[in-house]
Design a protein around this ligand. Structure first.
Ligand SMILES: Cc1ncc(COP(=O)(O)O)c(C=O)c1O
Length: 408
């Protein structure tokens, strides 16, 4: 029998979802699991969006136009104009989530065997799709002590080779919550211009920035043809299931390639585009997004403060998104720790699932003492989850010591 392709074999399962079967087993045993492993907010999707979906008068659920429904494109142009970014006809196409937009960006900027620079820890699906497309991710290692900001630009410059085609990052960042400053992005923009690289900026969390301003890559007009924005409504509208995002570039060749790719994948979801148009036409839409941000801001502060009660914990307060990347020096294998929490531990019938850190790195050996925590639940639940994590860490260390003593 023929085996599956090498490239699919090379893709690792998502560190965010891979251990979910263990959580399901724990639930079967009657244990309540706080899911802080996945960036799925519990906040209701805005009513105007859902009304737009419900009220869509559709007799035939046909394919929508490949580039996106014209009203969706217009509404998104207005959305960016409100941000101070004027787009020309053809600069924006609707995609199936931000996921499709970054896959398009990877495929359009790189051929197989070429390289893309990505600050690590990074959103693991970048690596999965890079592997599938034969593209090599070259990590720019960032450190917890620096709040995961970029290292000095000369360190990044040393990674550029004749095969480098692009720099890809999320801003604010998943999994770290880093919000890059205008100055550090200027350094990236200058580097990109020096070596004629594309900058692919993935900004689904742009409105979820709590300290300072989230600077969009579209705010650097000098980058012009080399800028590609990946965007999504999943997080800012708590509409992950809508599967609507977009790709934006002023580069006509890039957009011509996007047009072809949208045609061969047919169309983005129809109902959800009606929801998005209704939402963006609602005069209160900015307040709705602001209300979502306010909730996450409070959750960030609550979670950060609660984590400080765990002995030895190492983390910086993230500036944005809804993740915090945390080092627990008492563990050296965070995947084992997550398994322990799901298989062997509960505090009064409850446990917590977080995402093990190693899967967010390309560099072997990194992230084994780190986990990503998504603050996607209400504050009392976050406080309780940290209480459980703290007790779980103690129990994990004790169990390790017992095993070591027995072995010794
Ligand atoms: C940085 C980043 N980019 C893209 C995505 C994918 O988003 P979408 O639901 O729009 O496909 C996610 C989802 O978690 C993300 O965190």
């Amino acid at each position: 029998m023929r085996n599956v392709s090498e490239r699919t074999l090379a893709v690792k399962g998502s560190p965010i979802r891979r251990l979910v079967p263990l959580a399901n087993e724990a639930k079967k045993r009657g244990i309540h699991v706080y899911h802080l492993n996945i960036g799925q907010p519990d906040i209701p999707t805005p009513k105007a969006f859902m009304d737009g979906v419900r009220n869509a008068s559709i007799d035939v659920l046909s394919y929508s136009p490949a580039p996106g429904i014209s009203e969706t494109i217009e509404a998104l142009h207005d959305f960016y104009a409100d941000m101070g970014v004027e787009l020309d006809e053809g600069d924006l196409r609707v995609t199936i989530g931000g996921s499709e937009a970054f896959v398009f960006a990877l495929q359009i900027t790189c051929d197989a065997g070429e390289e893309i620079l990505v600050p690590e820890p990074f959103y693991p699906n970048y690596n999965g799709h890079a592997i599938i497309n034969g593209i090599n991710v070259v990590p720019i290692t960032t450190k917890i002590e620096d709040g995961f900001h970029f290292p000095p630009i000369d360190e990044i410059e040393r990674l550029v080779t004749p095969k480098t085609r692009a720099i890809l990052f999320s801003n604010p960042g998943n999994p770290t919550g880093v919000g890059y400053t205008r100055e550090e992005l200027q350094g990236i923009v200058d580097l990109a211009l020096k070596y004629d690289l594309f900058v692919i900026s993935d900004e689904p969390y742009r409105e979820l920035m709590y300290d300072g301003h989230a600077t969009s890559i579209l705010e650097f007009p000098e980058l012009g043809q080399n800028a590609i924005l990946v965007d999504s409504i999943s997080k800012r509208l708590s509409a992950c299931g809508a599967r609507i995002g977009c790709i934006v570039s002023r580069n006509k060749d890039v957009m011509a390639a996007v047009n072809k790719l949208t045609q061969i994948r047919l169309s983005a979801p129809t109902f959800a585009q009606h929801g998005l148009v209704a939402f963006l036409k609602d005069p209160n839409y900015k307040q709705e997004i602001e209300a979502i941000k306010t909730k996450f801001h409070a959750r960030r502060d609550t979670l950060y403060d609660a984590l400080q009660t765990i002995p030895g914990v190492c983390c910086r307060k993230p500036e944005g998104a809804f993740y915090i990347f945390v080092k627990f020096p008492q563990i050296d294998d965070s995947e084992e720790f997550v398994k322990f929490m799901l298989n062997d531990f509960d505090l009064d019938g409850e446990t917590v699932m977080v995402a093990p850190g190693a899967g967010f790195y390309a560099t072997e050996g990194k992230g084994h003492d780190e986990v990503r925590i998504a603050y996607v639940l209400e504050e009392p639940k976050l406080i309780r989850a940290v209480e459980i994590l703290k007790a779980g860490l103690e129990a994990f260390v004790e169990q390790r010591e017992r095993v070591a003593a027995t072995a010794g």
